[in-house]
Design a protein around this ligand. Structure first.
Ligand SMILES: *Cc1c(COP(=O)(O)O)cnc(C)c1O
Length: 375
């Protein structure tokens, strides 16, 4: 049996990526924007199969930043953000000079907690600081409690940026993640469901928002013969070369999601026989997860670390869950509303290898470590 490293999540190629890149090079479309970008956006729009508009950008982080700008978030405004997430969900709040307000997770979906969200909103309003936006995340591809969270946001008339960076292919009550919020965000980073090497997108419901997003993403050029700018501009548009990779990747989008879900089945079969650990599974059939990463909980932080080291010894990568933002040195000064659910998940949780490229041999090695650890 080979002992090559098994990574958490690596993407595969369809084999068509090269063709699209070559075409871009041949036609000398080596810039941001271009025919591949237009086609990639059109295919994504078609994938969502609704009256939605997709704007391709050069990262998911840029998409969240532009999302905040499009929603009018300015210096000293407050923005609520799920604490249990990757830092890219929260950093753009600071780029705007705005103030992040962190909200805990709940234990059903590990995502933003409806009760604490409502408490946070009411408390900020009482302080005369009504939040300008909410960033909710479908962590690890698992949908958050969409109905409850959006009902609360609607009641207070606060827009939601739906961070679907990890949730391409996931859905809630048969409606795709990324389409519920005022704006949806996707990432095409190297470890996501499909990759453009680096890339992201904003999903919105109007051509006008899309045009405004492209305007900001291409240095906010006013309509003039010369270079004229009356707003801050950004260099956030997706490159035509990267979009070529994306077009190749679109051919295996469904296949990747199926493979991810097969990985989940593989882990479920193992963990069904183990009492000391719990594999994350969606609450019920309303939730359809792409299972971007499979995650599990152990009984203690010590167990979690022992299992991680056991994997490491067999050259298999596993990692603790995202460390909550309100515990991060860069964010710990900001308000937090919660009951330490995210802390507990962080201590006891582990992400398991979940790449769409896991071979049968890889799975045998992974299974061997788990069975041996719990026996
Ligand atoms: C990957 C990711 C992002 C950022 O996407 P990039 O394309 O890497 O900038 C944002 N939010 C979450 C939850 C992510 O996992």
């Amino acid at each position: 049996m080979s002992n090559s490293r098994i990574y958490l999540s690596l993407s595969e190629q369809s084999g068509f990526e090269q063709e699209y890149i070559s075409k871009a090079l041949h036609n000398n479309w080596i810039t941001s924007g271009g025919p591949n970008v237009d086609d990639f956006e059109a295919q994504l729009q078609n994938y969502y199969n609704e009256e939605l508009f997709v704007t391709a950008l050069n990262s998911g982080t840029a998409a969240i930043h532009l999302g905040l700008i499009l929603l009018g978030v300015k210096k000293d405004d407050e923005v609520i953000c799920q604490s249990m997430t990757f830092s890219a969900s929260a950093n753009p709040i600071l780029y705007q000079g705005a103030i992040p307000i962190f909200v805990d997770s709940e234990s059903d979906t590990w995502n933003i907690c409806p009760e604490n969200l409502e408490i946070a909103i009411k408390d900020r309003i009482k302080k005369g600081r009504k939040p300008k936006a909410i960033i909710a995340v479908h962590l690890y591809g698992n949908p958050y409690k969409v109905n409850e969270i959006h009902a609360i946001a609607n009641r207070h008339n606060i827009p939601i940026i739906e961070d679907s960076a990890e949730a391409l292919g996931s859905s809630y009550k048969k409606k795709k993640c990324g389409t519920f919020g005022s704006l949806g965000v996707l990432s095409f980073n190297g470890n996501k469901i499909i990759t453009t090497s680096s890339g992201g997108a904003i999903i919105s419901n109007s051509q006008e928002i899309k045009e405004k997003a492209i305007f900001f993403a291409t240095q906010s050029k006013d309509l003039a013969v010369h270079y004229q700018h009356s707003e801050i501009g950004y260099n956030y548009r997706m490159s035509n070369i990267c979009a070529g990779i994306g077009l190749g990747q679109m051919k295996i989008l469904d296949e990747n999601i199926n493979k991810k879900r097969e990985n989940h089945k593989f882990y479920k079969d193992i963990f069904d026989t183990i009492d000391e650990a719990e594999l994350f599974e969606v609450l019920n059939d309303d939730y359809f997860s792409n299972y971007w990463l499979n995650t599990m909980l152990l009984e203690t932080i010590e167990d979690r670390e022992s299992l991680r080291l056991a994997f490491e010894k067999s050259n298999i990568e596993s990692r603790p869950l995202w460390k909550p933002m309100h515990l991060q040195p860069i964010f710990e000064q900001y308000p937090y509303y919660g009951n330490k659910v995210a802390e507990d998940l962080f201590e006891r949780g582990l992400c398991l290898p979940s790449g769409s490229n896991l071979s049968d041999e890889d799975k045998d090695r992974i299974k061997g470590v788990i069975i041996n650890f719990f026996k």
